[in-house]
Design a protein around this ligand. Structure first.
Ligand SMILES: [Cu+2]
Length: 290
């Protein structure tokens, strides 16, 4: 995420991505804020690169394509009605764009205005609707650009805010490290088994809110199961009322929503894909309730 966190990888002679899954979990980027007479402007810079490498698993290096030297890219967080400006710079060797889900003009859609190597583009819109949305590169072949890591989370908060909670982000993703159009590794937030080895500490009797997004390629579905509890699920985060109280949701590509729950009894509780292949290849974690 910062330039300092990069080290030269002697195996591939490219910059090695040093992704901090603990930092990513809680890191919301509110942009550079300028107050105007009747609106707030939030400005962000997103730089695409496709010359980085990441050690997905011991000895397994993967050529990650990154937004701001991170997979997923930064979590862009704004409030409904904000003016959003994104300065996009392509530092890669391939064409890339930024395609945000949400409501905006056609020319801000990041599909037809392809940004070549060394190029720049400024995307602008007024933030809506409230919820959690993905953003990703939209250059073909899409599964190559998304599969290498060019995606992130975009959150639009309601003007009245949400109830105070311990908030975190989970992007469900995977990596096809042998290029056979099947994922070899799965995770919540990029690093297989990270939150199993490093349980997420939460407090009992505190509201937990997770913004979850499925960005997996190649597999048609993903899912999220929570142990010893059930959660309220708000699909796309657009409605103030949950659609279901459950311990299991299934998501297709770019499906997302907000999960809310609280634990009353301390202990270790698993969360994982109930698709066993995914959990056994890395998509599993633990909440440590204190
Ligand atoms: Cu791309």
């Amino acid at each position: 995420m910062t330039v300092n966190s990069l080290a030269l990888n002697p195996m591939t002679n490219v910059n090695l991505l040093d992704f901090d899954a603990e930092e990513y979990l809680y890191n919301f980027d509110y942009g550079d804020v300028t107050e105007h007479d009747n609106f707030t402007l939030r400005e962000f810079t997103i730089i695409a690169d496709d010359n980085m490498s990441m050690e997905i698993s011991p000895g397994v290096f993967f050529n990650t394509w990154t937004f701001n030297e991170s997979v997923p890219g930064p979590t862009i967080r704004v409030t409904e009605g904000d003016h959003v400006r994104i300065n996009f710079i392509n530092n890669g060797d391939n064409d890339h764009t930024l395609h945000f889900h949400g409501i905006h003009d056609a020319e801000m859609d990041g599909v037809f205005e392809v940004v070549g190597p060394g190029g720049q583009f400024v995307y602008e819109w007024i933030a809506s609707p409230v919820g959690i949305h993905p953003y990703h590169c939209h250059v073909m072949p899409l599964e190559e650009h998304i599969g290498h890591g060019l995606y992130g989370v975009y959150i639009v908060d309601p003007k009245e805010g949400r109830q105070q909670a311990d908030e975190m982000i989970m992007v469900l993703n995977g990596f096809d490290t042998d290029f056979d159009m099947e994922n070899n590794f799965y995770a919540a937030n990029t690093i297989p088994f990270y939150y199993q080895s490093n349980p997420i500490k939460i407090d009992s009797e505190e509201l937990i809110r997770i913004y979850v997004l499925n960005m997996i390629e190649f597999d048609p579905i993903n899912n999220l199961h929570l142990h010893g509890n059930l959660y309220s699920y708000y699909p796309t985060g657009t409605d103030s009322l949950p659609s279901i109280f459950t311990d299991m949701i299934t998501l297709s590509q770019t499906e997302r929503g907000i999960i809310e729950f609280e634990y009353s009894i301390p202990g270790k509780y698993l969360f994982h894909a109930h698709k066993v292949e995914f959990s056994e290849k890395g998509w599993t974690g633990i909440f440590l309730v204190q």
